[in-house]
Design a protein around this ligand. Structure first.
Ligand code: ZN
Length: 215
């Protein structure tokens, strides 16, 4: 675009879980058409990943936070803290974008009992702009993922999935989404690690395309 320059911003994560989760596999790319004058536009990206149904605060072992531990300030995370941090940032900064890199499924009784419904409920409360589809989102099969994506208000993005053999997932996500932030067009592209099919507990016929072979 004339008078603009394009910048790529990588905001994904790749980390190892110590307990029962294998790996984080989701990546985000953000494509921004920036004005030539850098001072003309600034954006704050808030990014979460691997929430794993931990909507309540957790102890230092990522387990249940007891009342005593909570009273003593010995617990961490949870959506109440997250909501406060996001609210504060939105009030303090202009052009705030809220993204999640996936794996909102699996990890606590919230997921065991409510499947993806708890995740969509809480994610919608925080007002995410976009979410990449994580490997654990496939853990209980494509239909449960479709149910989650149907209820999710955020744009679900995944550029390297071929779900032609799992039509239940069609129309519930797009490869990318363009957000309008402060008058600028911000491209967000989702990517799921190709070996998701091997490490996910769920079954399905979906294929992960090797559109991006390495980083
Ligand atoms: Zn994870």
């Amino acid at each position: 675009m004339e008078g603009k320059r394009t910048a790529w911003c990588f905001t994904g994560t790749y980390s190892k879980h110590t307990n029962f989760f294998i790996q984080i596999t989701i990546l985000f790319f953000i494509l921004v058409n920036l004005p030539l004058n850098d001072a003309a536009f600034s954006m704050t990206i808030l990014h979460t990943s691997d929430i794993h149904a931990r909507f309540q605060e957790a102890d230092k072992y990522a387990g249940t936070c007891s009342v005593e531990e909570s009273d003593n300030g010995e617990c961490y995370g949870g959506f109440a803290r997250l909501a406060s941090a996001i609210k504060d940032t939105r009030q303090a900064e202009n052009n705030v974008v809220l993204l999640d890199a996936g794996d909102v499924f699996q990890g606590t009784l919230w997921f065991t009992v409510y499947k993806g419904r708890a995740s969509s409920y809480f994610m919608n409360l925080l007002g995410y702009d976009a979410q990449a589809v994580g490997n654990h989102e496939f853990d209980i099969g494509p239909s449960a993922l479709a149910d989650y994506l149907r209820e999710l208000n955020a744009s679900a993005v995944s550029a390297n999935m071929d779900v032609s053999q799992e039509p239940v997932l069609e129309d519930h996500y797009t490869p990318s989404v363009v957000l309008t932030v402060g008058g600028e067009r911000i491209g967000v592209i989702g990517y799921v690690l190709p070996r998701t099919k091997k490490i996910s507990r769920g079954t399905g016929k979906y294929a992960i395309l090797y559109l991006i072979s390495r980083f």
